[in-house]
Ligand binder design. Structure first.
Ligand code: PMP
Length: 403
């Protein structure tokens, strides 16, 4: 017998705070025959050496099965914690394995940090716009999101100070600044290097934790590594991920935090998952240790770069001059601003009819604003399909402007 459609369970109040992600909502549409998807943020895994990885996985189970199929350490395995310290060195971060907690993706790290720091009603400051998955986490844990204005160089330090003062004057408690300084999802914008120590200093002075989410930092088109905010201030909580430099399916991320924070995060993590997947950790560790992972990543980056250039050129060629967009030099996303009077949410069904899908800007604000924006992803479609997708989008925008 199948499960009933509805039950008479009495839900907790917080059950209503978990909402469907607008990105996941367009996922099924993206899969439709002939649809061009500029919506998702999936990495291109076509560069991966699948046969060799398959041999590694088979060997791990055949030769070390009694270990890799067993429970493991709550903090994650030591060699992987060391390996991710090496990865972070590129961003100027000097850390040791004991500072690291391995998580099931950086999404879990974000959830743990938020649950450790935020009581219901506490304020989280975040870029305007910010990552839709972070908004879901904050809302699920009943934290309130207050956006800090940004320009083409990311968070504006003076606006950060003004926002802190304004929120505090309202009698509200600010617990953390959540920031994606590199190739922000969704805006593609990067925090200017000069602003990084300033942002850290403002938050330190105000007694606000900085949570730096950095899944895209290594995906720099110009191979000019950006120094993490954490490199200027050891108290910053830094979230890293294997999702964009290897595979999101293995669900491996990490948190780097001051020792007392890290220890508490581990207790919270153990209460949720006992330990991160041991098999996935071994796979990730072997990939970082024995494979030319930077070589594979660079091949993927070359493709992302080509696609981003094609997207930029297609937008310039096909869209009216009144539309503006960002020009990221890394990551997966371009952020588009429509001319006054147009609504991204109203455009979406028309675009889907035309055979192209994007994510409306409202997904990336906690307060329902952003309807004059849309996020376009260039990570997965081929350059030709990206160009065709923009042609379709341009037709819909032109028709709306004429209407
Ligand atoms: N932070 C940001 C900014 C992201 O874009 C994503 C994934 N889209 C995540 C966190 C979650 O990554 P993970 O797969 O490591 O959980």
């Amino acid at each position: 017998m199948s499960s009933p459609q509805s039950s008479s369970l009495a839900y907790a109040v917080r059950a209503d705070f978990f909402r469907p992600s607008p990105v996941r909502a367009v996922f099924d549409i993206s899969m439709r025959e002939g649809m061009i998807s500029l919506a998702g943020g999936n990495p291109d895994l076509g560069v991966l050496p699948l046969a060799e990885l398959g041999e590694v996985a088979a060997r791990l189970i055949a030769e070390q099965g009694l270990e890799v199929l067993q429970y493991g350490a709550g903090a994650g395995m030591a060699p992987l914690r060391e390996a991710v310290c090496d990865v972070m060195r590129t961003a100027g971060i000097d850390a040791v394995a004991d500072d690291i907690l391995i998580t099931s993706g950086s999404q879990m790290g974000l959830e743990l940090v938020t649950s450790l720091l935020c009581d219901p009603g506490d304020v989280v400051l975040a870029e305007a716009p910010t990552y839709v998955g972070a908004i879901g986490t904050f809302q699920g844990l009943e934290a309130q999101i207050v956006h800090v204005p940004c320009d083409d160089d990311g968070l504006i330090p003076a606006e950060l100070e003004r926002t802190i003062a304004e929120v505090r004057a309202q009698g509200r408690t600010i617990k953390m600044l959540y920031t994606i300084p590199n190739f922000n999802n969704p805006s593609g914008i990067t925090l200017h290097p000069d602003r990084r120590p300033v942002v850290a200093e403002i938050c330190a002075r105000a007694g606000i934790a900085v949570v730096e989410d950095d899944p895209y930092g290594l995906l720099d088109f110009w191979d000019a590594p950006l120094q993490a905010i954490r490199s200027f201030d050891d108290s910053v909580v830094y979230l890293g991920s294997m999702s964009k430099i290897f595979s999101p399916g293995i669900r491996i991320g990490w948190v780097l935090a001051p020792r007392d924070v890290r220890d508490r995060l581990q207790l919270a993590a153990e209460a949720t998952t006992i330990c991160p997947s041991v098999l996935s950790q071994h796979l990730a560790n072997t990939y970082l240790r024995d494979f030319d992972w930077r070589g594979y990543m660079n091949r993927a980056i070359d493709q992302y770069h080509e696609r981003a250039q094609r997207l930029d050129a297609a937008l310039a060629a096909h869209l009216p001059a009144s539309v503006r967009w960002t020009a990221p030099h890394g990551g997966f996303f371009v952020w588009l601003t429509l001319p006054a009077g147009l609504s991204a949410e109203q455009l979406l069904p028309l675009a889907i009819e035309e055979g192209v899908v994007f994510v409306p800007g409202t997904a990336f604000f906690g307060d329902g604003t952003g309807d004059d924006n849309l996020r376009l992803s260039f990570s997965l479609e081929s350059p030709d399909r990206i160009e065709e997708g923009v042609r379709r989008l341009a037709r819909v925008i032109a028709a709306q402007l004429d209407a």
